[in-house]
Every structure is written in structure tokens, then in C-alpha cells.
Design a protein around this ligand. Sequence first.
Ligand SMILES: [Zn+2]
Length: 511
Amino acid sequence: MSRIMKTKSATTAAMALLMSASFLTASAYEMNYEVSFEPKTHYINVELTYSSDEINQPVLLKMPVWAPGYYLIVDYPKYLTDFKAEDASGQTLNWEKVGKNGWKFSPKSRQSRLSWRIFANERSVAESRVEENIGFLTPNGVFMHHDGDINHDCHIHFTLPDSWSHISTGLAKEGTTPGCYYAKNFDLLYDSPFLFGNHYTEEFSHEGHTYEFALETPDGYKESPFKEDFKKMVSATTKLIGDVPYDNYCLIHLGKGGGGLEHINSQACYSEGTFRFPSHDQYLRYMSFVTHEYFHLYNVKSIRPIELGPFDYDREVFTPLLWVSEGFTVYYETRLMMSAGICDSEYLLKDLSSYIETIEGKEGHKHMSLRQSSYDIWLNFFNRSENGKDVRISYYDKGPIIGLLMDIEIRSRTNCQKSLDDLMRLLYWRYFKELKRGFTEEEFWQSVAETAGSQLDDIRRYVDTTEDIDYDGILAKAGLGINHDSYQLFRLKDCSKEAEKVRRSMGLEAQ
Ligand SMILES: [Zn+2]
């Protein structure tokens, strides 16, 4: 992301609108938000000043029903209450609800004032939470955009309770007035969570970019290796792709809870509530969690299936490729930690074995393909249902297995000249940078064939169908074997020179 420019005047805003591809309305307008908090009652108060010369033309405002990266219809409008519309003199304007996430009103003067309140008391990375000392705001469930015009910009001013001192976010500040922010479009605003309050903050530079840690629970942080490991992980990841898509990046580390969500210039993760982990493995698990969300900067935010952006915020967005976006990210989280020297190859083999055990040790893999698990995620979020493990699989488990097998096949077929890394680079540079779009399913498989030098038909069948995977056959090409009772991976004692070369190229030699 490059630094964004201010466009305050209606003329500039109108020009931006005229150039916008999704320009659907005939009017030039400005949106200025004023936001305040009621920590005792967990409310966020939102006031929108809507300015337009088009008077008496109905305006439809929309609030998203989901957040990219969180493949669940959250129905954010369920948290909204007390919607009001007034003209410049304070006279009430008529308005009507349109569907579950639309509000329509007709301006009677150049400026209209809309307001609403959001109840914010959820411990979820995709929902807001306002408490005495902290406010975590997820913009999808707080702000509204003009229907059909997601590319419009907006200005936001936050007024904090007296006892709150910090605002942390990846979104750029506007000017020098505290609390002022600018979003060049609503995609960016909806992808920029905020943390407010009295949390610990630390800014630092690393390889030419600025980073902020915003820690709700910093207990043990200073004594932990986290900051140095984070830097090593960032270096390993950016080296893999060869590009850094942001100027500044914000890590929002939330208190005790579960879940993390990737954003274009930040990530928000719930945690153990402390950096004093009971064991080194538990620390590595947290570190892999952070690495996962960071790698999503590339894999899903940039390297993305064509369905995942521009987004339709009104409904589900179906794609058969979440196993690439999520599953490969799981494969890379530990590989990157190993490249960065944070964990060793024993940890990586143990980690990969655990996914094979999860898939092969349950019945679900006989009933659902990996492709189907991507497409149907909206029906069963995280596979949570009574018979989930019996009839479904998660792309978080089978995706990294396919990542490993595809990596081995590419290395083996190219005499270690290419690897899965080359596929990721090809997808990044060709589709995201050059064509400025996502890739189709066929384009993905064509890119795989181009990288490997031939079609990977077997791997595609393991993705598209429930056919049993030939683990022994493929793993042997990397000098690896699998114990079919425990599903643990191990290094073969006797293997070909070619297989030994593949194993070494993957960093899987005994240390
Ligand atoms: Zn993920």
C-alpha cells in the first residue's frame, strides 16, 4: 500500500468518482464520520455527515454482512440500533430499511446527518469490543458505504474517552489532528481494524518499513524473543516473494481468546493473554499463528482466487480455491519459521504429520473433497457441527498436505530447479502485479504445470476427489516415509541420490 492522498474538496472527490470503475451514481458526495465510545455500556456511537448537491435524490447506505478472510455471514447490522436521519437544521428525515443491511433516505439539504449506535461486546477478531480500558473496532460492522460505490473515499474522526490514550491501526492518519484518519476507499477502511485504549505500543523500523506492535496484554513481552523472531520471520517471508506490499504494518495482539484475521496493512490476533508461554512449543504455536496472518499479506490479499476481490459485501463469496489461500498458508507458516531459524526441521515434520493424522485418522476425508471443503465453508464455519469430523474435512488440515506433496513433485520433476516458492512468485507477479486481478481455477492449475514442467494430474485428483493419497510414492521422492499407524513422517534411511537432493533442498536433512 502506498501512502494515500487527501481529497477534501467536493470537486476532487467528484473527479475520483468519475474515474471509478464502480461509479454508479450521478452525484458527487462527501462522507465524514464522527465516532465516539461508551465503554460502560459497550456502545460505539457513529455520526455520518453526508454532503451532496443532489437534494431529494434517494441515497442507499449499506453495511457489510461479512468480513473478507472470515468466511461466515456475521450479519453486522444485528448490532446496530437507534438509526436516525436529520437534515442540516435538525429536522427528522424519513428513512426506510432495505433488506437486512440497507438504509435509504432522501436528503432535504446539502448536508444530512445520519447516526446509529453499535453494541460492541464480542471477543472475536471479526467483531467489535468496547470495554473500560480498550476498544477493538472492526470497521465492517460500524461504517456504511454508498451502495454500489465501494471505491469512494471517507474521512473519520474518533473522539476517545478521557482515560484512553492510544489509537493503533494500519490505516494512515489524516493531517496532524489527533484521531483523524482517511480511507481512499471502503475496501481499505473495511480492512483496517483499530485498537483504542491504554494498550502497550511500540514502533520500530525493519528493512525500510515501519512496524507497530499494539499489545492489549503485553505481560512477558519484553523478556520474550517475540520481537526479534517477528523481524526474522518478516525477512524470510519478504525474501521469498521479493516484494513488500506496504509502507507500514500494525500487529494488533489482543488478549486471551482464539482466532486471528489478516488485513492488507495489519493483523489482529487473539492470544494466550501473555507472552509467558508454558512451553517453547506453545510459543512456537503462537509464532506460527502470527506468521500465518502475515503470510496472508501475500497469499490471499495479493495472490488470490479471482472470486476474492473486488468483494460483494452483501452476500457469500464462493470459491473452490480456499485450500490454496488457507491451506498453503498453513504449509508456509512453519516452513517460513524454519527458514527464519525460529524452529527446526523436526518441528516442521511433526507439524506436517499432525495434519496427516487429522485427515487420515477421521472418516470425513472419504466424504468430502478438498475442493468441496473450500466451496462449502459458508455452510459449516470451521467444520463445527455435530457430524463434522465424520463427513467433512477442513482445508486447514488437507491444504498443507497438498502444499507439501505439490512442493515435492515440483522439486522432483525439475531436479530441484523449482519449488512451490516459484509457483507463489509466479502467481504474485503475473496476476497481482501485472494483471492486477486474481486467478481462475484453471489459471491456477496452468501455473502449477508451468512451474513443474508438466501437469500434476495425481495431485489435482487428490484435491478434486476423495481418492486415497499415495503418500509412500510421493514422499519417497523427498526421501521421506510415513508410519501408517501413527501417521508420523520420518526420513528414509535408504533413498536415491535424487530423493536425497530434494530432501536437502527442502531443509529436511537431520540436524
Ligand atoms: Zn488464514
